[in-house]
Design a protein around this ligand. Sequence first.
Ligand code: GLN
Length: 407
Amino acid sequence: MLAGVVVGIKDVICYKGHAVSAASRILEGFESLYNATAVERLLEAGAIIIGRLNCDEFAMGSTNENSAYGPTLNALDETRVPGGSSGGSAVAVQAGLCHVSLGSDTGGSVRQPADFCGIVGLKPSYGRISRHGLLAYASSFDQIGIFGSNIADVAKVLQVIAGPDAYDSTASQSGVPEYQLSTDLHNKKRKFAYLRDALHHEGLDPEMRGGFESFFEQLKAEGHTVEAVDFEYLDFVVAAYYVLTTAEASSNLSRYDGVKYGYRTPEQGLDLSDFYRKSRSEGFGKEVKRRILLGTFVLSAGYYDAYFTKAQQVRRLVVEKMQQILQAYDAILLPTVPATAFKIGEKTDDPIAMYLADIYTVLANLTGVPAISVPLTRHSNGMPYGLQIITKELDEQNLLEIAETVL
Ligand code: GLN
């Protein structure tokens, strides 16, 4: 089904006998011992995997600047970032180096770089694609996603790699339908919601706000329903996302101890805890260390309830609210990112500002629903920006159909 299709994979996905490093020094010299289920299925379908693609270290970042290999550049404007963390996967498709590529999306890492690079990026429902062989960042959020230059390519790859997997008990047991992108659907009238609080958020670029407003008017003129709904939790989603993901990351990354995988400190004669400390201090980059510390802090006995439990409660409220909206509407439409691609170095000194730019993407990961970013138009600065579409859990069919027909 994918015979001859050229695919690139993010450097967090295992391909047997090939290096995988999560763009981190700590995995220096490590080779995958098995294929990720997604890779196995691609190979069985006849795809050609051309190589691994740069990303932010352990998929932590929004610009691809946190990589031990250095940054990836946006091929449309090399003074700008391609987005992250799957920046290399986005640029490989943007620049025509491969037909499609795989990334991972924990809080936007497929949709955000797709938006910055002017291509299509799909994050399927949590569990739609097995995580077996995906290096873990935050296990209850992580999902493999797909980049392509059109919806049909992305749908084909999803068809091949989705579905239950004995190696991942969190993979959905639901069967995968035949994804259809029939052109008869162009006349179907839909009911869309947009989040009033998202469109009027102060962080959203005003020109982009105007672009979304006129797109919504255009949809109405075509006979679709587009209505504003309230979403009172928007200001809490980024905080909840960073508390929960750093907590999970601090646990997931404890396995990189200098003994089992990759890098170990060359210093001799250390006792065991100094050996761990040195190997990890030398092997991990700054952002990864920041997140391990934050995650360890929010899980610590004195602060667990104040941060971790609270964030879980926010997650529950957000899930319920999203379900309520998606019961009443076919899809939610919102921006993917509040701004176009940043200049290289623009946000590196201000991690909080960088985190806040994840405001529109983390929603789908907190709730497990599928979401896609499709190019909407170009900003007057010359850079593209995308529309994000969200549908009900496991309803990728509707998501792909809407993405194919409304734009
Ligand atoms: N920008 C987000 C973060 O830094 C998203 C990362 C991701 O989806 N892997 O956590």
